[in-house]
Design a binder for this molecule. Sequence first.
Ligand code: GLC
Length: 627
Amino acid sequence: MYRLPLRVLAAGILSTPLLSLAAELPYRDPALPVEQRVSDLLSRMTLDEKLGQMLMGARDWVGPEQMKKLNMGTLLSGGGSVPRPNTVNGWVAMMKGYQDAARSTRLGIPVLYGIDSTHGFAHLPGATVFPQLVGMAATRDEALVRRAGEITAREMSAAALYWTFGPMVSVVDDIRWGRSYEAFGENTELVSRLGAAFTEGFQGGLKVYGPKAVRPIATAKHFIGDGGVAFGSSDFAMAGGRSKLDRGDTRGDNAALLARHLPPYKAQVDAGVRSVMASFSSWNGTPMHANPHLLNDVLRKQLGFTGLIVSDWEAVQLLPGSFDTQVATATNAGIDVLMEPQKTAEVLAALRKGVTDKLIPQQRIDQAVSNILRVKFEMGLFEHAGPVEAAQAGVGSAEHRQVARELVRKSLVLLKNDAALPLKRKQHILVAGEHADDLGLQSGGWTLEWQGFFDNNTRLPGATTIIDGLSNVGGASTKIDFDPNGQFAKKVASAASPADVAIVAVGERPYSEWLGDRSAAELSLSADDLALIARMRPLARKLVLVLVSGRPLILGDALKKSDAVVAAWLPGSEGAGVADVLFGDAPFTGKLPYAWPKDAASFKAASAPADERRASLLFEVGYGLAK
Ligand code: GLC
């Protein structure tokens, strides 16, 4: 037999039409219907290969080899978990390592990697960091929120990342919850509308790169009722803080609770969301991770959700019983992917035991794996798991930052204005408060780090603080003096010779999850903030209070001491957008996504009787002055 040179033989094999390869392995043929690919692949999988797809390890504990050994289907970055170097190329290299290992498994199923890009790809220095969702909510602008979703997907795709754990579509009943800034507010209809816009934007964001690009997936979270938990129904201490609401119990008439908390998930399913994250919280005493009625009868059957359901971080371990029992309970309740970042081998063993002992029906395993495979096929992950090279130039680009800056402008809510705003060029303006010059304070949690960051403005290249904006927008003709502590020499300003305007920027320090749970009293401006306002009051004819926070704060007498009050929320990387509005280059259009409490003593959650709630408020939901 004439022996062809190896390179010719190899060329022949490589040129084998995909069709003949696909004929042997239909699941590899992108031309086939997704359900046909799912059933073909499922039919080829061993039990361990199926169970491996249901595992979710974290990059901190699971490298490519371990992932391959367990045939692991998904991975994640927990908050702040990033490759070194934390650059686009660093992420691309990390993902290549994982995908190469996944492809080298017997069936070559690509791995799906998730990350909390809740307000932009905010784990990456230099990426566009959008206002937190509370600020996006104040804009009420679906088109802009959709753009934010698109841009988030595009900047992630440069790093070969295609799954975000967001939007959080919680309807927040009580702003004492530490996750209020991560949500679109307390109004069900607004949360539904803006959540759907983000998901449509994110999942459609890569169409611009043509049919070969991956179709990224968003995650509607946390199903269901996490925003409606009762104050004090949660009490655990972890990572140096004690919860008051986070992971608590949502209590009340079932129909009323569903009417308040379910519509955002219907809007998500209608928008085509492909993953849902179960909530740590409970629903009238039943943990959501052990709630087959809400996960299956309501989410899957009533709403028609056909994507994958992922558990929250080690939430399975909060269920009753042994670890094996917890895994079986969550799996049988409808969880497809088990986010047990460190205990992947143990989850595999527990699943295998559950099937062997007939605690977990094989049919449930096949359904879970089908949901996972369906999403991976739909995304095009088998064909295009690599980075989108064309997206790299867009990371943190001027165009993307302009969209973020527009969101910042539209997010500002004017609560009071006694002829103090807009600022005028040529004025002498004093600026005080650390929140005027700190990228970490203006970005909040889930930015670079799980709990946010404090960095002396060194870790978000390309970003602008509020004072940067005031200087740039005010221009050379405007005299601006800044001191975070409000300490100004007499020659700069004094009661005898006051400046035109003092801007005092105060607010919250970053937090995430239960570490942001507060009592009503703790929502009050701090004594230091009040002292700063008092110190600045005589130094300027007008005093403008700018609040940089994830939620309304109790103002006390700061309200009457200020001539103007502006809620700026957590603007993210484009702090200059605040200055655009303060100088009148853009109008005030923002409206409150949360009602504003009057004081701690009368504080009422949104679900309190309407007249009691109204009596407890300084400003209603939807309030916002135009000038
Ligand atoms: C956290 C959060 C969830 C996040 C997940 C992964 O505990 O509850 O919102 O997506 O873990 O970081």
